[in-house]
Ligand binder design. Structure first.
Ligand SMILES: Nc1ncnc2c1ncn2[C@@H]1O[C@H](COP(=O)(O)OP(=O)(O)OP(=O)(O)O)[C@@H](O)[C@H]1O
Ligand SMILES: [Mg+2]
Length: 415
């Protein structure tokens, strides 16, 4: 018996479904067995023990009579004449399946199915060591397994519900914590900015300037991390709200590249952008979100490219009107096994122990979730040691061609 299966399958066992049918002696005639079967319509299988009167003999099972098989053989033409006076041993199964009492019904099901159709049709004998306990049949096994499946389905649903509740609690906690952190942080940033600009007078000694600049920059970094966590929590909770601003992509993209220019120069990386000759269209989407998507991708491209490398931002309009933004770098690349994983929140290729670059692992998941919220797609291709290419596709229905939309944008700029 496969003990591994036995241990891995809880629920009812062979003992629970065994029918304690009193065995018939092997010397009983087939005619007598037929009469007994007719008189006991609920008995599916009848065990046969060696002839004798003692208890020890009664427990020595030598075969099993299956009701259906016996009746079929006995009631065919001349069956009665042929077998009536003969002992039951001529029509019994001489090597029935014997299973231990402790065997789970699930394991028993595996065993009978694996043994083939015959074993599923015929019954089996349940034994406790060398002692006979009862007979069993496949229908009882199946109903015990179905019961077990139903219990498991309920348990699984309950476990899923618990996971979902825990997830909602985590998301709410993240959202409220980020909110609480932002308030004091904004005060720190505001006052640090006042001091670094020396609004109310010069600082002395002068190296306080460096310290206050550090306070300001670290605060900014902390704020952007908190904002990312808050945005991710909103997306995961399904509370992310898209905006329908109409803005000029060209203006937004040149602003974003300007914002990244200093970081690129500091890292000695060339940063260039290409815009089609006929310019770029107006798009209807959240400008702040769009800017965030490009910033996240560009900052990765710069962060994961060594000095001397290059980062390019290429923009194209597809024939079907989709806008494609392609950000390419000549950086360290991503191992193929990690390409999809980097879109999971907090997932980073380098482990926290070996990490050489700062970050929380939210930039890409956020960029993808935001792009998808606007009906777009974001994917990347990469080769270790050669570089990475991230493509953001904004669908044609987000591109505005009508003049009223342009006027709306002009109005925003005039204001
Ligand atoms: N251009 C790239 N080249 C190489 N690896 C990249 C690139 N972009 C992303 N990755 C890998 O994907 C991981 C996830 O990127 P993601 O932007 O989500 O997180 P992060 O940059 O580590 O942190 P965060 O953006 O939250 O500051 C990165 O840690 C990095 O391992
Ligand atoms: Mg990042």
């Amino acid at each position: 018996m496969d003990t591994e299966i036995v241990e891995a399958c809880p629920g009812r066992t062979a003992a629970d479904i065994a029918h304690p049918v009193t065995p018939i002696s092997s010397s009983t005639s087939c005619a007598a067995v037929f009469r007994r079967l007719i008189a006991a319509p609920n008995v599916h299988d009848w065990p046969v023990c060696v002839s004798g009167s003692g208890q020890a003999e009664a427990e020595k099972i030598v075969g099993l009579v299956n009701r259906q098989e016996f009746i079929l053989a006995y009631t065919v033409m001349y069956g009665k004449e042929l077998y009536g006076k003969k002992p039951i041993t001529v029509l019994m199964d001489k090597s029935p399946v014997k299973v231990p009492v402790s065997l789970s019904c699930e394991a028993l099901n595996h065993l009978l199915v694996a043994a083939g159709r015959d074993s599923m049709r015929k019954g089996f004998i349940v034994m406790d060591g060398d002692s006979y306990v009862g007979t069993g049949n496949f229908a009882d096994v199946l109903s015990a397994v179905a019961e077990l499946m139903a219990t498991r389905a309920v348990e699984r649903d309950m476990a899923l519900e618990r996971v979902e509740q825990a997830n909602v609690a985590k998301t709410n906690f993240l959202a409220s914590m980020s909110h609480e952190l932002r308030t004091p942080l904004n005060a720190i940033l505001g006052f640090a900015d006042l001091v670094r600009k020396e609004t109310y007078g010069e600082m002395s000694p002068p190296n306080y300037r460096d310290y206050v600049e550090d306070i300001y920059q670290s605060g900014q970094h902390l704020l952007s991390m908190i904002n990312e966590i808050l945005d991710m929590a909103k997306i995961e909770a399904g509370h992310f709200e898209i905006s329908e601003d109409v803005f000029d992509m060209e203006i937004t993209l040149s602003r974003v590249t300007r914002m990244m220019r200093e970081a690129a120069a500091k890292a000695q990386i060339s940063l260039s952008s290409q815009i089609p000759e006929h310019g770029l269209p107006l798009v209807r989407a959240g400008e702040r979100h769009f800017q965030q998507i490009i910033l996240n991708i560009l900052s990765n491209a710069i962060k994961f490219t060594e000095a001397g490398g290059a980062v390019t931002l290429d923009t194209r309009l597809n024939e079907n009107g989709d806008v494609l933004l392609v950000i390419t770098d000549t950086g360290i690349g991503i191992d193929p096994s990690m390409i999809e994983k980097v879109f999971d929140p907090f997932e980073q290729v380098e482990s926290s122990l070996t990490r050489t670059r700062a970050g929380t692992g939210l930039g890409l998941p956020l960029a993808r979730a935001m792009t998808e919220a606007y009906g777009g797609t974001l994917y990347l291709t990469s080769e270790v040691g050669c570089g990475t290419r991230v493509v953001v596709l904004l669908p044609a229905h987000r591109v505005c061609h009508d003049w009223s939309a342009t006027e709306a944008v002009n109005a925003i700029f005039v204001a």
